[in-house]
Design a protein around this ligand. Sequence first.
Ligand code: ATP
Ligand code: MG
Length: 245
Amino acid sequence: MPVLETNQVKKQYQMGEVTVSALAGVSLAVEQGEFVAIMGPSGSGKSTLLHLLGGLDGPSDGEITLAGQPLARLSDDEVTLVRRRKIGFIFQFYNLLPTLTAEENVGLPLLIDGQSLERHREKIARLLALVGLADRRDHKPDQLSGGQQQRVAIARAFVNDPEIVLADEPTGNLDSKSGTAILELLRKTCDELEATIVMVTHDPRAASFADRVVFIKDGRLVQELKNAGNRDVQPIVEVMAGLEL
Ligand SMILES: Nc1ncnc2c1ncn2[C@@H]1O[C@H](COP(=O)(O)OP(=O)(O)OP(=O)(O)O)[C@@H](O)[C@H]1O
Ligand SMILES: [Mg+2]
């Protein structure tokens, strides 16, 4: 059974008189342990899709099932709990709280869920070590580099043992060296923690770390590429050229 499944998902935004169609019927299944990259031009619906997958917004039509649970059948409170306990989020601009240390930022999803950090200290330390920040535990975000802040955000995304991690341009704001380190880290979490990851990116190099690349255009999935996470950019670039992306 896939961890995450969408069936003919549509999303329209109403802007006064005008209806904007952001997603025009997307069906996608993500298997446990899979690292999927979603690529497509600006405005093609990538972030919209990620928001719907994460229960941050509801579809206009179609169904989204996470870990066997159709999100539409849940109350708002239940969706909030699913988001807290089953999903990890990584954004382009880290979204760390400036007054909290690295350790506290990593533990934030647990705090929000009413759990004590004390009980999870070992796990937080393990995650900080995994992202190479064992010695930056007590640093605040403004005492960390951009790449280090994003690594804190990655550790945070995994702290609730999520069924799936959703990442929107996680390397979009980083130089190429830090970006590569982040992508290697995501690859490693997939291989070692058997994490399931859906990552939106513009960058074929970033997508080349994934097991599968899904191409979206005008709110539709138009092509798929099995990639084996082998970091070969060429096939991705060729599909992009073929689709005129
Ligand atoms: N809240 C909103 N209200 C109205 N229209 C929206 C809203 N959010 C997105 N859209 C529209 O939906 C379409 C898809 O937007 P989306 O943000 O999903 O694109 P994207 O693929 O993530 O683009 P980018 O690569 O630039 O981030 C766009 O045409 C956008 O203008
Ligand atoms: Mg976007």
